[in-house]
Write a protein that binds this ligand. Sequence first.
Ligand SMILES: Nc1ncnc2c1ncn2[C@@H]1O[C@H](COP(=O)(O)OP(=O)(O)O)[C@@H](O)[C@H]1O
Ligand SMILES: [Mg+2]
Length: 256
Amino acid sequence: MVETLRVNNLKKTYGGLEAVRGISFGVEEGSIFGLIGPNGAGKTTTFNIVAGAEKPTEGTIILNGEDITGLSTDNLYKIGLVRTFQLSHEYAKMTALENLMVAASDQPGEKIFMNWFSPKSVADREKEVLGRALESLDFLGLTQVKNELAGNLSGGQKKLLELGRTMMTDAKLVLLDEPGAGVNPTLMLKIIEMIRKLNQERGYTFCIIEHDMDLIADLCEQVVVLAEGKILTEGTMDQVRVNEKVIDAYFGGDLA
Ligand SMILES: Nc1ncnc2c1ncn2[C@@H]1O[C@H](COP(=O)(O)OP(=O)(O)O)[C@@H](O)[C@H]1O
Ligand SMILES: [Mg+2]
């Protein structure tokens, strides 16, 4: 198996608090991987470190065989690690279409190289980016709101737009932070469908943190269950959901 991501003996402490206590796991290339566990298990902390938003106390992160531990979010984006965020303020003041076009222009080599050497290729590239943005909006069913300011979109439309932003990049690994949170069941099905399509048609590898067990069960081949900063168990969703330690962690405590 080829691993897109490998996390080795990751630890993170905040003062005296051990949020992540030595976890290791791998994410297979082309797969949809799930990280689950009750509140406070260390999921977000793990994600933040993989995405370059925080530095680990110990341990290494390997992306496609290269040690990326401690690289910034921007540098990780350039090598194909994309994380979905809540829309930030300035993006809220751009239209849906502009949000997608900007996501593409953050890609490696774009501005500097093209602008200096060939205005024609800049124009061609812009046309290509526009085409890709319109196609992505269509794919997501957002064509009718393409000229709306992103800040005015519904919560669900913003989630879809976030997925659209990943479609504008040549992402290798996409980290999704609770794509199902606050989403109604119909939209949930749509998001699941989009993630699956992006996985199958574009070959993106996904790593998803999610509270909704059904979304994870539907999409993920392999899941790791965290509790109190450690790996409780891993396997397929069918294997882990009948594991007694998992049932205890979920139902004995706060349901994640
Ligand atoms: N920036 C921080 N400072 C101090 N403690 C934190 C910080 N971030 C997370 N924690 C603590 O680390 C533990 C794991 O948190 P988190 O990774 O957010 O869990 P999860 O996402 O699984 O709910 C929790 O006890 C949380 O309070
Ligand atoms: Mg969290």
